[in-house]
Design a protein around this ligand. Sequence first.
Ligand SMILES: Cc1ncc(COP(=O)(O)O)c(C=O)c1O
Length: 427
Amino acid sequence: MGLTALRDSRFRLSAEQARDLASTYGTPLYVLDEAHFRGRIARYQAAFQASWPETSLAYASKANSTLAVLRTAWEEGCLIDVASEGELRAALKAGVPALRCHLHGNNKAGTELEFAVSQGIGAIVADNDHEIEVLGALAGKTEILLRLSPGVDPRTHAKISTGQADTKFGFNIADGSAERALRRSIELCLNVVGFHCHVGSQLLDPGAQQAGGELLGRFAAEMKESIGFSAQAINVGGGLGIRYADTDSEPDVEAYCAGIAENVRAGLGASGLTPSLGQEPGRWLIGESGITLYTVGAIKSVPIAENRMRTYVAVDGGLADNPRPALYGARYTVERVGGSSVTERTFTVSGRHCETDLLFPDVLLPDDLAVGDVLQVLCTGAYNASMASNYNRYPRPATAWIRPDGTHALVQRRETYDEMLARESLP
Ligand SMILES: Cc1ncc(COP(=O)(O)O)c(C=O)c1O
């Protein structure tokens, strides 16, 4: 094993395990490693708890809401952040009590709010004026956090930036919307416990998250001063990035948590407030614990310029099981499973869909790559299974689960064609 592999904390399968799983369950196949996932949660918990007296760590279930993942996160002491009735139902089915969940969403349906309250949801993160009015009629004693937009630039991909002023999420602090929302919530006797923000995802630079935390702290201090409201909770959302490409550096979660805490403290200043501090990462907790296995199909070299060729390697998956490259230009680390070639060359791994779905452009792979080889793609634990679709009528992949003793089981079987067609009828 080389030094790079030793330093690399991302989960990957050995050639033997990968072949075993591919032949047992078929490909494309998502694989999650339980011990790795539990280890990530434990590390985040320890870093976070070292930074603040009272903390609450939630797992953002949008990253991967497979029931086994939700159950494991809860067993490890996480709250579960859900962003829809469907995600709440998944958490309940995984055995998580509603009281341990909190509900997000920038346009929650009345029925979603009613369902959440009827189940005894732990907290609702209110996002807009209309929602505050609806909650006034039905929330009762349910804890409410107000989602605030701190107006910071997260310096990540535009489609996963949420903390800037020009956003559909939350109440703007600078233009007075946040204060008006708080006053109205108090008038309606809502049980507001504090404030929330989430500035963006795949953050490799913690600056925006820290600035967001400081602005939330400052807003809480101002609200104590101006209207006597004492925030009991501040939640700075999720967003810490992971090491998709070999060249990305692994963010240091300890420094990240310490930096956020320092900034929230600075924002609270001499207010005397001692709120609990919440975070709700998804990607950092589950992303590196998962890989996807694909089987290589057609290999084709085409001319792209004078004396230049590109070799396409088509795999038996693509846009439908991993839309992130198409959505965000996301890059991944791709490895062949086993084989003995020592020389590598550049390939473009494409999917099997009717778009030019260049899944993984310009990756180095062994030059004797052949039809039938198996590839493993690292860091697909987050935002792959949860974003999968049936585009081109492909059944969604199965998820295999590696237990801490090395044995494995399916925690989500492959979708069948019958299931895919079951909702439809002819007119
Ligand atoms: C409100 C909220 N919290 C938490 C998260 C989780 O983000 P990440 O998976 O990047 O940690 C998101 C992601 O979009 C979010 O919108």
